[in-house]
Design a protein around this ligand. Structure first.
Ligand SMILES: Cc1cc2nc3c(=O)[nH]c(=O)nc-3n(C[C@H](O)[C@H](O)[C@H](O)COP(=O)(O)OP(=O)(O)OC[C@H]3O[C@@H](n4cnc5c(N)ncnc54)[C@H](O)[C@@H]3O)c2cc1C
Ligand SMILES: NC(=O)c1ccc[n+]([C@@H]2O[C@H](COP(=O)([O-])OP(=O)(O)OC[C@H]3O[C@@H](n4cnc5c(N)ncnc54)[C@H](O)[C@@H]3O)[C@@H](O)[C@H]2O)c1
Length: 444
């Protein structure tokens, strides 16, 4: 059989792999990309895309309830919503594949394995390349207790055809809070179980407390310092036995963090080193084998397993592999969001970090609730904290809690990254009144 030769092979058709493949092909490299499951990977099929479609419906429901002053609020029609969501997901997955093809990238559908550091097999075919990038992503953490086969993962919730009436969520991290907000607003009974006392580690305690209180008022039950011991299935119901309680539910979903997809790649055949956390890479995203690289959730890079990082790394690598001189990857300031209701978002130095180094940073806390954008949305708890470097008096971080916290944080991230002075901001001409023009009053 003839061997297909490429400049670059990318293993994994998620957002990380897509970034590398498209960028490298734009420089004229001959590129192949291999995907074993769905084009677009986790983000498109089981992550932020379906999540944000469901969230839009949940937010519309909440806004109807608070803003329309009607006696009754219509129920969310989950089946129709699910069909609409699946349509968007499927269209997006197809767009990923056709975009590769229209950029001259050869697409393969199947499981890729390394034969050596220049060769990969897929569907019995051998492909060879000068450089190979692993962008194989991650899978939900495996659980080992009696009845763990009854557990479903967050991706199943975001792609569910029907809304279960009773839901238990294991974990109180970013994904769990999005799930809880949507399920609660759509009418499910939700219990959240967290094995220790800390929800949304890394986010401002005060804002996390506001979010938990809000969800509690809406009927979500929280159990902290509680772990699942066993699950039994009896008469179409699940009995979840924990250290502290026994809960009867329809479904139990997990959002406990994710583990790199490394088994099955035969990395040792290519001489690529890895640990249980993922593929080890240096600041050039290069593995222990000099012509093999890794990006996104499968790589140990010291940044969170999030799509914005996978995309950024993919674009960096596609660029650096196409140039004679490569520079180490340099991350801009961290920017993340929790898509709960209301949302939480942070950029740059966090409030927690600022409190730990109070000699260096000052935290300026403000309510946003009296601003028109928040008032008209009944966003009564909307708040912002700016982190200011005491010496330079510049804003180096921000954390926000509101229904539009991610937008505000992105505007602030632009101002921070671009080092925009108050004067320059006031010279900018923007549509009024909007979240962007609120910045005139916020920026210091
Ligand atoms: C429920 C959920 C919600 C999320 N929400 C957000 C969010 O709002 N914002 C955000 O920034 N991040 C979010 N994330 C994280 C984000 O989805 C991931 O960080 C991102 O998908 C990582 O991209 P990736 O390309 O590294 O991996 P993936 O998207 O997982 O893609 C890897 C691809 O490689 C394929 N593959 C693996 N092994 C092989 C092989 N041997 N051969 C061929 N193909 C292979 C897989 O099938 C997969 O399609 C969320 C994650 C989840 C689970
Ligand atoms: N600020 C950020 O950028 C940020 C924050 C959190 C997570 N992330 C990334 O997003 C990825 C996926 O998010 P996620 O929500 O699945 O993970 P997560 O890490 O945000 O949350 C998992 C939560 O589950 C808890 N937990 C772990 N084992 C448990 C158990 N047996 N029972 C109950 N609770 C348990 C953890 O303490 C944690 O609070 C993470 O892998 C991480 O890399 C990024």
């Amino acid at each position: 059989m003839s061997m297909s030769k490429f400049d670059l092979i990318v293993i994994g058709g998620g957002v990380g792999g897509a970034g590398v493949a498209i960028k490298a092909s734009s420089y004229g490299q001959k590129v192949a990309i291999i995907e074993q499951r769905d084009w677009g990977g986790t983000t498109v099929n089981r992550g932020s895309t379906p999540k944000k479609v469901l969230l839009a419906a949940a937010e519309a429901h909440r806004h109807f309830e608070t803003q329309v002053f009607s006696e009754t609020t219509p129920d969310i029609n989950w089946e129709k919503l699910a069909a609409y969501r699946d349509n968007i997901v499927n269209q997006t997955a197809v767009k990923f594949k056709t975009r590769f093809q229209s950029n001259g990238i050869t697409t393969y559908e199947g499981h890729a394995e390394f034969l050596n550091n220049h060769e990969v097999t897929v569907n019995g075919q051998t492909l060879s390349a000068t450089n190979i990038v692993t962008a194989s992503g991650a899978h939900p953490k495996e659980l080992r207790f009696s009845g763990s086969q009854f557990v479903q993962h967050s991706g199943s919730f975001f792609r569910s055809e029907q809304l279960p009436s009773k839901i238990v969520i294991m974990g109180a991290g970013i994904i769990a809070f999005a799930m809880a907000s949507i399920a609660n607003e759509a009418g499910a009974e939700v219990v959240m179980l967290q094995h220790d006392a800390v929800a949304l580690r890394g986010y401002d305690h005060e804002f996390v407390g506001l979010l938990i209180d809000d969800l509690k008022q809406r009927g979500v039950r929280f159990q902290f310092n509680n772990e699942v011991k066993e699950i039994k299935s009896v008469d179409n119901c699940l009995h979840v036995l924990t250290q502290q309680s026994s809960i009867t539910t329809d479904v139990i979903y997990t959002a406990l963090g994710r583990e790199a997809n490394i088994s099955g790649l035969h990395l040792e055949q290519a001489g690529v080193k890895y640990t249980k956390h993922g593929i080890s890479v240096n600041d050039y995203l290069q593995t222990s084998q000099s012509n093999i690289y890794a990006v996104g959730d499968c790589a140990v890079t010291g940044v969170p397993q999030l799509a914005n990082y996978a995309i950024y790394q993919g674009k960096y690598l596609g660029d650096s592999l196409s140039k004679t001189l490569a520079f180490p990857i340099k991350y801009q300031l961290p920017v993340t969001a929790v898509f709960s209701m209301p949302r939480l978002a942070q950029a740059g130095v966090t409030v927690q970090q600022a409190n730990e180094q109070s000699d260096k940073y000052q935290v300026k806390s403000m309510s946003l609730a009296h601003w028109l954008n928040y008032q008209r949305n009944h966003d009564e708890q909307a708040r912002l904290k700016l982190i200011i470097n005491r010496q330079s008096q510049q804003v180096v971080g921000a954390e926000a809690y509101s229904y539009s916290a991610d937008d505000l944080i992105n505007y602030l991230a632009i101002l921070i990254q671009q080092n925009i002075s108050v004067k320059r901001l006031h010279d900018l001409f923007l549509a009024y009144p909007s979240t962007a023009t609120d910045l005139y009053g916020i920026w210091v």
